[in-house]
Write a protein that binds this ligand. Sequence first.
Ligand code: SF4
Length: 107
Amino acid sequence: MSKIARRKFIQLSAAAAAGCLVHPGREAIAQDLPHLTEDDPMASAMKYTHDASTVDPATRANPAPDQICANCALLQGDDGDEWRPCQIFVGKLVNSKGWCSVWAPKA
Ligand code: SF4
């Protein structure tokens, strides 16, 4: 292996190792986000609740049954986690059993 090829190999290896170290850190940061509160002004505007079973289905704009954050297209993060990021409430975690008026079915 030439000196230049060895140097390039070392640089690429270091970059790959750095990428492996960054990913777990990003996961940890997501789980460290604060939980969205129901009295948050934006949560109130979107009728967010931690417990979707408290919402009268007749009041929903979208009549699809079984609407909870866990089956919403806008929920992010890992299946099974109780609190997960949501594309609507950036920087906060929503409850997987929650609901808001922006609920959208997964494709
Ligand atoms: Fe839950 Fe979807 Fe509303 Fe986010 S947009 S709070 S995941 S129902």
